[in-house]
Ligand binder design. Sequence first.
Ligand code: MN
Length: 135
Amino acid sequence: MESPANQEVGGAPQLPTILLVEDNEENIVTVADYLTFKQYRVVIARTGLQALDFAQIRPDLILMDIQMPEMDGLEAIRTLRTMPEVADAPIIALTALAMTGDRERCLAAGANEYLSKPVSLRELTRVIATHMQQL
Ligand code: MN
């Protein structure tokens, strides 16, 4: 007898889920395609507010753009850290306008890591893998 816990729907292995929070369509396509190729399941949110809605899917890791409409990445990170579903999920902040103090602001908001754009896909993948291993 197989226990229900061993039965995946469709028999497919469960891929680690990354919540990609990004408002730039070009970046979304580039990063999502690449991470899908690297065997991650990618869920996309286009604003900070949408990211909060996706907390309930319990992503294994969150990639957070900082410059976004509606609610910026810093505020989104602060709010996500108060939500039990994602309180412990690694958050990697990404910002295009690299300014002095960005890293400190992102880490103070609750991000685990900070990368300034443009980020190479290889570097991004390395950082993601590092944080996934620490789960
Ligand atoms: Mn942006």
